[in-house]
Design a protein around this ligand. Structure first.
Ligand code: ATP
Length: 309
């Protein structure tokens, strides 16, 4: 029976290429309605993982369930519930976006249900991904970012329950990126779509993800919200200020208490006050390099910074 809560369940997933174990016991789940970002360095195994979830790659070992079925053996009805945006897909150069989306959409029509009418109306979909002005252009003449918008439209044309995207915003300009983020929010808030994506853009992960997974050394080394990961790592906030022309920085767990004390001691003489919490980038780099790093001495007192002009 389909598990309503866990749309993806991965246990002890292993993938070996030749003599190399790229995935060495990966376990995680994705619950209905979540946006989950899978992060990891180049070659960490993100594409391998999601291609196994999509049924495009056969795993070496482990248990995988997606939308209640094993992707290695699931059939067409299962596939109709899944939306996929691959890292790159170059095809149908002479077709127009409208013709291609209408064609692909027809595949999903038999899988329409009372709660989920399939496929999307093509013009609505083109507007959703910002391609309404390019509906009849030849696909081969689209720019990289426009092509990527089309890839996203292809991924959602069947109104998927679960949408899996591999670096969907690679090549997007800032506006396209923001539009994509709005689209993900619309899909999760209004369309009851669950989203699993990979990205190298940590600001994007921080903005979109309910939960972040970090893949490193063939395993999931972190699983939680950006805030939880920072807390688990004991990341302190950084406080910067200037006093009599000298700039200082200090790391503290309780930034509010530190600032209160600083102002109590120095009052109006304190300038340029800034409190900076750990970003996901700080946390990510710390987690991926945890074994290699040496203690920095942060938190052992304030130290003067190079004087900023
Ligand atoms: P990126 O961020 O660069 O897209 P990734 O995390 O998606 O990387 P994968 O594409 O999953 O990484 O690749 C993981 C490792 O497996 C890499 O070292 C890659 O060279 C290797 N690999 C991937 N596919 C194959 C294959 N078919 N045969 C042999 N090795 C492979």
């Amino acid at each position: 029976m389909r598990d309503r809560e866990r749309l993806v369940e991965v246990r002890d997933l292993r993938m070996r290429y030749g003599a190399t174990d790229v995935l060495d016991g990966v376990s995680f789940g994705v619950r209905r309605g979540e946006v989950v970002c899978l992060l990891g360095a180049n070659g960490a195994g993100k594409t391998t993982t999601i291609e196994i979830l999509e049924g495009f790659r056969a795993r070496s070992a482990g248990e995988v369930s997606v939308l209640g079925a094993d992707p290695a053996t699931a059939g067409d009805r299962w596939r109709a519930g899944l939306g996929i945006v691959l890292q790159s897909w170059r095809d149908h150069a002479r077709w127009s976006p409208r013709a291609l989306l209408a064609h692909l959409g027809d595949y999903y029509r038999p899988y329409s249900t009372p709660d989920r009418s399939r496929p999307y109306d093509v013009d609505e979909l083109l507007a959703m991904v910002g391609l309404d002005g390019l509906a009849t252009r030849k696909i081969g003449t689209l720019s990289g970012g426009q092509r990527r918008r089309l890839d996203v439209a292809i991924g959602i044309v069947g109104r998927p329950e679960l949408l899996i995207l591999d670096e969907p915003t690679a090549g997007f300009d800032p506006e396209a990126r923001r539009d994509f983020h709005d689209l993900v929010h619309r899909l999760t808030d209004l369309e009851d779509t669950t989203v699993l994506l990979t990205t190298h853009d940590l600001a994007e992960a921080e903005k979109l993800a309910d939960r972040i997974l970090i893949l490193s050394g063939g395993r999931i080394v972190a699983d939680g919200s950006a805030d939880q990961l920072a807390r688990d790592l004991g990341r302190e906030a950084q406080i910067r200020w200037s006093l009599d022309g000298t700039h200082y920085v200090h790391a503290a767990e309780d930034a509010t208490a530190f600032v209160r004390q600083l102002l109590a001691e120095h009052g109006d003489a304190v300038g340029d006050l800034e409190v900076r919490r750990a970003t996901l980038e700080d946390t990510y780099l710390a987690m991926v390099h945890r074994d290699e790093s040496t203690p920095s001495g942060a938190g052992e007192g304030e130290r003067p910074l190079e004087v900023v002009a």
